[in-house]
Design a protein around this ligand. Structure first.
Ligand SMILES: O=C(O)CCC(=O)C(=O)O
Ligand SMILES: [Fe+2]
Length: 309
């Protein structure tokens, strides 16, 4: 395996390395697990009464997303066809070591806009909302639902820690341009110190200007991840990526997402260490890049791109 692209860009497209047939079987199973329709959503009345659940011992943060050992469908199903796949295992071990830590695995669902209730669409025009789990009925919150998410780094879920983490994304159905594919900006770690919502302009399908502000910016190549079921992608936790709102479809896009960290006791110089060293990110720390922290500090984000189109 050649890791040059990962070392240079912070991103690797592995192509379709997982059996499409196995992904199809899993996707079918997921389709049967619930009524994929507007019926996933809570009513406006209920939401207005109470948006977030109380903190309990089972749910100490009062969150609405699946966690490690918490309301997580990906942990309940047999995923050996993927997790024991030789190439999949080798890539993780090469980048983060044999003794890596699995921070989280979960299913991620891109929800077509035509399933979102009108009252919520109106709210979304005024206020930036990407993760829609608070608006989904509690019994269905064993996966994460997105309606598109603006450019971010996955480091935002692990602020204040070392950046020796990767995300692995596996498409479980065929993802075309219309199915809310991921957009990844190569080398975007160069602006990893900037805060969400990250400054960008003049985006095309192939490139984007990214920066700190209009005086400090640079054009980068980007890739839109179109791929069949079984396609696998890896990016570093400081690599910016997004999805646009999913306009319309009978079926959701469902992916499996793994967040992996190098074990701190492993002293070997692994691919993730080489990546961080190459870009002087060994000591990268950012305590602010988390939407919850940022919202409480600066208020709700308004009118940001992902919300408007
Ligand atoms: O699948 C999506 O729509 C967003 C994915 C994403 O950025 C993530 O899971 O980290
Ligand atoms: Fe992400």
């Amino acid at each position: 395996m050649d890791y040059k692209n990962f070392l240079d860009d912070g991103y690797l497209n592995l192509g379709q390395i997982i059996s499409k047939n196995e992904c199809d079987k899993l996707y079918d199973k997921l389709l049967k697990s619930r009524d994929w329709s507007p019926n996933l959503f809570r009513s406006e009345e209920e939401v207005n009464k109470k948006l977030l659940p109380d903190r309990t011992s089972k749910n100490p943060k009062g969150g609405t997303n699946p966690g490690k050992g918490k309301c997580n469908l990906a942990e309940e199903l047999d995923l050996d066809f993927l997790e024991k796949n030789e190439s999949f295992v080798k890539i993780i071990n090469d980048i983060c070591g044999h003794d890596h830590e699995l921070l989280l695995k979960k299913f991620v669902v891109a929800v077509p806009a035509d399933w979102i209730p009108e009252w919520l669409k109106i709210k979304m025009k005024k206020q930036y909302i990407d993760n829609i789990n608070p608006y989904i009925k509690e019994e269905y919150r064993d996966v994460t639902y997105f309606r598109g998410i603006d450019y971010h780094m996955d480091y935002m879920d692990q602020v204040g820690t070392k950046a020796d983490m990767i995300t692995i994304y596996v498409y479980l159905n065929n993802v075309t341009e219309k199915m809310s594919p991921l957009h990844v900006i190569k080398k975007s770690h160069e602006y990893s110190y900037t805060l969400f919502p990250h400054y960008y302009e003049d985006e095309t399908n192939k490139s984007i200007i990214l920066g700190e502000n209009s005086d400090n910016k640079k054009r980068y190549d980007k890739e839109i991840l179109i791929g069949n079921a079984g396609s696998v992608f890896v990016w570093s936790c400081v690599t910016m990526h997004r999805t646009r709102p999913f306009k319309s479809s009978d079926l959701p896009r469902i992916s499996l997402r793994y967040t992996i960290r190098k074990n701190k006791n492993n002293k070997n110089n692994l691919i993730i260490d080489k990546f961080l060293k190459k870009h002087s990110l060994e000591n990268f720390r950012n305590d602010l890049n988390n939407t919850t922290t940022l919202k409480s500090k600066f208020g709700e984000f308004k009118n940001i791109n992902a919300n408007q189109k």
